[in-house]
Design a protein around this ligand. Sequence first.
Ligand SMILES: Cc1ncc(C[n+]2csc(CCOP(=O)(O)OP(=O)(O)O)c2C)c(N)n1
Ligand code: SF4
Length: 422
Amino acid sequence: MSEIKYLTDSELPFCKGCGHILVTRNCEKALAKLGYNPLDVVLVTDIGCHGIIDKSFLTHTVHGLHGRSLALAGSISMAINSPEKKTIVFIGDGGATIGMQHLIGCAHYGMDITVIVHNNMLYGMTGGQPSEFTPCGFKTPTQPRGSNKPGYDICNLVSEAGSSYTERVLGVGDYSDSLAKAFSTKGFSLVEVMEICTSYGVKSNPGLKLATVVKEAGLDIKVFNNIRSRIYQDLQSQKQENLISEMRVIEKSFNSNLNRKLSIQLSGSAGEGIQSAAEFLAKAAMKTGLNVTKKGSYPVTVGVGYSSADLIISPGPIQYTGITKPDVLIITSKDGLAYSSETARQMKQGRILIDDQLVTPESEAEITKVSFRNRAGNRFCALYTLFWLVNSTNIIPREAMQAVFRETSLADKISLEKLMEM
Ligand SMILES: Cc1ncc(C[n+]2csc(CCOP(=O)(O)OP(=O)(O)O)c2C)c(N)n1
Ligand code: SF4
């Protein structure tokens, strides 16, 4: 077995005797058996006691919303799709209840993930309420006479839906081989680990043995072989390339003199190319080797009202998106002015570029009024403001903007000369 470390040395965060401890240890063992590099593993945890483990793992970890970890993990696996990488989901029976459609959907789509359901038969973190997995007769603090209906058989459900490998295990001793089998299966796999929450399940059902309750609930401890799983396994081999490999690489072709982080907010109206203009500048900046983040803001009714884009451009790494006080605020329309007037008011320095037909906002920043809309028209007003900014400040070489222009079909609609005019 390899000597690779998957867990920090800190104590695991669970109550004494909690089955989640064994899931963690068996998972560590299974990863070591397969020799995964910890940074090739993405562990997506759900909300619940099991989820507080992510701080102990030395793999990548993502903490999802309750029941939504599957949706996150499915998209992560599509993006990083590669045989050396592994996406694992830790979810409780509570999260599996809340996110049931995500679970079934991931199995049905053959998402390349392994789900470990920590089925302790109740909602542990919130005090032991029953979930849809609680077996008939199993007592919980809020149902002291016991649940009056059987719980879901999740293994049967996902197996029917197309899971490539499905197994139910009793959460005692060493079941790392089962986890390793699931991890090494291409496509969707699920292991349901049966546990009893020591703090709420054991207290509400004194003396009840795990094996007994599982047997009485009719939940078989076995590997679920389903003819449909094999069909889905065949489909897996025809899966497309990962999403990242389909992205076009933007090569560095120019040099930039920008030596600090610069934030730009561009605000205007929906339908006037605000977001695409911001992406245009982002691409040009990337062509000069700069890092860029962009955040778009607009109402849910995307066709009306304001549209605003926050761009951060920097020679160094940027760990976030979004801006509170931009260095440069550009406003092209009444909608944009309404959206950004508070931002303008908060700006004690920096620069505001605003269309000359608009009311001058209250601000301590330096304000420049330019006839953007009259010169470039409604459709290209936003793009023109960014050409104007580059031409008047040299934050990036204008040749980078021209190069991006030539990669588009904009020449049919507006001339480069027009955009370069000041
Ligand atoms: C959408 C949503 N609903 C409810 C909650 C409250 N909540 C937090 S933890 C939890 C129970 C988690 O139980 P389970 O998923 O079984 O995990 P365990 O704690 O047993 O490991 C609930 C209901 C929440 N955080 N989000
Ligand atoms: S409350 Fe239950 S599920 Fe949560 S850590 Fe304690 S024993 Fe485990």
